[in-house]
Write a protein that binds this ligand. Structure first.
Ligand code: ZN
Ligand code: ZN
Length: 143
């Protein structure tokens, strides 16, 4: 008994999952493939991101840092939190991350917790061009 001769499958046409554009009918102004089924159109990227975030809303993102990286991450977020025009959502999220990493660092060493608390308070800021060790009372102890 022989297999029916169905021939090779027709070549699949790449098509954007959001807008349906193809290689032969790209978005106005042109687009490229970001994924096999997603084009680079900003609206497509945004809609696809929203869909992925809804799909994976309950997924966890476990990460581990060494202590130095964790402290640098907290410091960078604390700096971002000082920006007068940080969007509210980004500010809230940054604060959550600072507090979460800070609590883990505090468990490793109470000193890390003290330093992170100081980093949350602008009165402990040191000028970028000045090397100084700050004491908890905010006064500089020249090293
Ligand atoms: Zn698209
Ligand atoms: Zn497109």
């Amino acid at each position: 008994m022989s297999e029916p001769d169905t021939g090779p499958p027709p070549p699949a046409i790449k098509r954007c999952r959001v807008c349906g554009c193809t290689d032969t009918t790209p978005c106005p102004g042109g687009c490229s493939w970001v994924l096999d089924d997603l084009c680079s159109n900003q609206r497509c990227l945004f809609q696809a991101q929203v869909a992925e975030m809804e799909k994976h809303a309950d997924a966890r993102v476990p990460i581990e840092f060494d202590v130095l990286t964790a402290i640098q991450c907290v410091a960078a977020l604390q700096l971002a939190l000082r920006h007068p025009r940080i969007p509210q959502t980004a500010g809230t999220t940054s604060r959550i991350i600072v507090d979460a990493i800070g609590n883990r660092l505090r468990q490793i060493s109470p000193l890390f917790g003290i330093l992170i608390d100081m980093g949350n308070d602008a009165k402990f800021d040191s000028p970028a061009d000045e090397s100084a060790i700050l004491r908890p009372d905010g006064r500089r102890a020249r090293g």
